[in-house]
Design a protein around this ligand. Sequence first.
Ligand SMILES: Cc1ncc(COP(=O)(O)O)c(C=O)c1O
Length: 388
Amino acid sequence: MDNLENPLWGDDWTEVRELFDNLQPGHAYLNHGGFGNAPRTVRANQEQWRARMNANATRFFRRELGPGLNTAARAAAEFLGAPAGDLVALVANATAAMSIAIASVPLEAGDEVLVTDHLYETSVWAAGRRAEEAGARLVTAAVPLDADAAGISAAVLDAVTPRTKLAVIDHVASMTARRFPVEDLVPALQARGVIVVVDAAHAPGMLPVDLASLNPDFWGGNLHKWGYAPRSAAAFWAAPQWRSALRNPIVSWGERAEYPHRLTEVGTTDRTSLLASPNGIAFLRALGPQRIREHNVKLVEYGQAALAAALDLDPATLPGDPGVPMRVVPLPVPFDDPRDLQAEISDRLGVEVSVPKWNGHTLLRISANIYNAPAEYDRLAAGIKSVL
Ligand SMILES: Cc1ncc(COP(=O)(O)O)c(C=O)c1O
């Protein structure tokens, strides 16, 4: 896997790839969507913050962390199009954001909580736990893998009843890589009196986000996936009417503070990833968000087509959405434990992918980022039949 090239990006691709020098040599890392990755420059910035923390922890935690987090929160709020003057709360990850949001929604016995069969499993569990506490009922809308945007909206809205109080929807679903039309769904659900939580774990950096016009009730998205922030970094936003009811599940020094500080205090945790997150945004902007998006989508489409050819599937029948640099290919044979297949693909082909299990199907999910090259997808396609 030496001598990679990438004509889909352009002449400076080798320099861009070089910034991701932390990647395992010789391995094709096609699972950016799983955990994200940050370029060397951003990691170096985090190390500078870490060195300050370790040189004088008292100065850092007492006098530098607060102002640093405010600066980072302002950068994230601006990047995500939060209403003018508004801040987001910087939290560890989308898991924390969803937990805070779902736990803060007022529910009563007899209410219904709507999720979909694409929603990230732990977000479903958070919704289920909240429903159970309140004596509410969890309802799951089935959304076909190949539904178009109108079909996705219809499947969600058809599951709304007069008792539906809360809906938790993806912006981009993890298991299926489908893009939910949140710009239509959020207002349509709110018009039916439903409180909407958006699990936007993949959105920052992948898709343009404008919180002011989207105006969800609660929203959380990772900066460490497609926003080039170091792990772990995420942004959380709540509409003003919910802010006084927000609770940080971890009781810390923000307990008596207002939003967003109430959510950002977590004792002595290392928040240098959050402090370095503006550098991830700056990196993305310097390369050009549009250039990155177009490249990543073209490359993932290339990869999906290569896999389709290898598995004798018609690429036109495979799901995929505009702007989403992740694609799934349903595998012809189901696997009891998709993690075995993931490990097998890694060990035998030297390729890292995600292998979600969804509604009885085993899916192979590939991602594309600026450090990937067409030859990496060719390697997966060339070997896939041998591991199935
Ligand atoms: C849709 C969705 N929600 C939530 C998460 C959880 O993200 P994290 O592990 O960073 O908290 C993920 C992770 O892939 C995801 O894809």
